[in-house]
Ligand binder design. Sequence first.
Ligand SMILES: Nc1ncnc2c1ncn2[C@@H]1O[C@H](COP(=O)(O)OP(=O)(O)O)[C@@H](O)[C@H]1O
Ligand SMILES: O=P(O)(O)OC[C@H]1O[C@](O)(COP(=O)(O)O)[C@@H](O)[C@@H]1O
Ligand SMILES: [Mg+2]
Length: 462
Amino acid sequence: MTLHLDDLRVRHLGACRYDSPFSEMLSSKQTSPHYVAEGDRVLLEDTVSMIAGHDLPAGLVPSFEAAGPRRKIYFDPSRVTAGIVTCGGLCPGLNNVIRGLVQELSVHYKVKRILGFRNGLQGLTAEHRDDTIELTPERVRDIHKAGGTILGSSRGGQDADEMVDSLVLRDVDIMFVIGGDGGMRAATFLSKAIKARGLDIAVIGVPKTIDNDLPFTDQSFGFQSAFARATDFISSVSVEAAASPNGVGIVKLMGRHSGFIASYAALAANGADIVLIPEVPFTLGGPDGLLAHVEHHVRAKGYVVIVLAEGAGQDLFDEHGQPQHNGRGTDASGNVKLGNIGELLKERITDHLTAVGLAPTMRYLDPSYAIRSIAANAYDSVYCLRLAHAAVHAAMAGRTEAAVARWRRRFVHVPLSLMTSRRNQVDPDGDLWMSVLETTCQPAEFGSAPDRESIRSSVFSA
Ligand SMILES: Nc1ncnc2c1ncn2[C@@H]1O[C@H](COP(=O)(O)OP(=O)(O)O)[C@@H](O)[C@H]1O
Ligand SMILES: O=P(O)(O)OC[C@H]1O[C@](O)(COP(=O)(O)O)[C@@H](O)[C@@H]1O
Ligand SMILES: [Mg+2]
């Protein structure tokens, strides 16, 4: 899919007529290596060959609107009511984003009324719309020290018109939706329903996912905290496996469709022999299969450490007739329930090593929620704060149906439709996966797994 400049344009509610509290500070600002001035744009692509491939003048090359404060704003801050909601799975930094939004709205724009809708988008239904939390700088002062979200979160779909009714009834002018792909999709429907009713309400998304599977954002907030925590589990399993006869250490990490956590945590721990991710299918049997490779490690050095993303090897459930581990079905938000690949591998590796006279000592860890329920680390805390600032500036300037994101280290506005147009995945031909292969020394492929070509060609085609 090729993107054009028009695909990257963000919707405005109207002309900006009010002076911004930042207007004086901005009067002398110009674009520099460390600042993108109002009106300037940030390139979608960043290599000479990609830019040259467009054969377009610089002003028409695909680019994002830069985020940041504007000299003039759309809303009169003294009359604004803002709403905030967090949805989907937890992620380190949710409270930091809430805190950043509240502080920026209150301290600089002097917004007086900020409502926190509770328990995800469920909080915008008729049944729950009156049960909001009044958010003030005092109320949010210390919330960043804890994981989770003070607003609560949930999965499951809601009716867009009912949500718009809630915004109207609670006089909300600006709605911040902190969510993943599901949340961004819901925010898109919400924006479209608002537009269809001719209402003057801005919807700004703050993309959230520990899986790092949202596109057009360098890395999502909380990702670094989550993979750092995951690294601890890989180190523990490595120590255990190395100290056990025929030790097999397996760590199963979150990552439904994208193996970023597994890849980064494995690189950080630098002790994994094998990394398995959804983007690179593998076979178990045969001379080049995973089991033969595991056996090779156990024979050669006495143990093996495997890092596994939960979405890896899902095709194996059908192949090996393992209905007991096969997830099937979907959760309340329509996310596919996965088969438990960790349990499948545990069984198959145990059977194989036992059959070849290397009965293993299995050390299996599934840290699951332990990696996403923690507070944000220092890096993510800064990142969350800056995203929150960008979100408030975007909303006050009347941008809507847009998310804020960091793209190539600059903060930008991304149309919500783009945020849900594809999934960010580890590219098996990209440099991240190459680093994983260089570090683990595992073969590029275990056997000739099916669907490999289709996965390669569908990954991240921006
Ligand atoms: N297809 C959809 N249509 C309408 N709302 C959706 C849809 N998908 C998700 N949502 C809403 O987004 C929320 C979060 O989605 P979910 O997939 O659970 O998490 P995430 O936002 O982290 O991806 C859900 O509670 C639901 O309200
Ligand atoms: O048990 P839950 O809440 O459905 O969460 C499990 C899933 O949530 C995730 O953390 C991602 O969730 P989101 O899409 O909400 O960001 C996955 O890695 C994991 O599979
Ligand atoms: Mg999701």
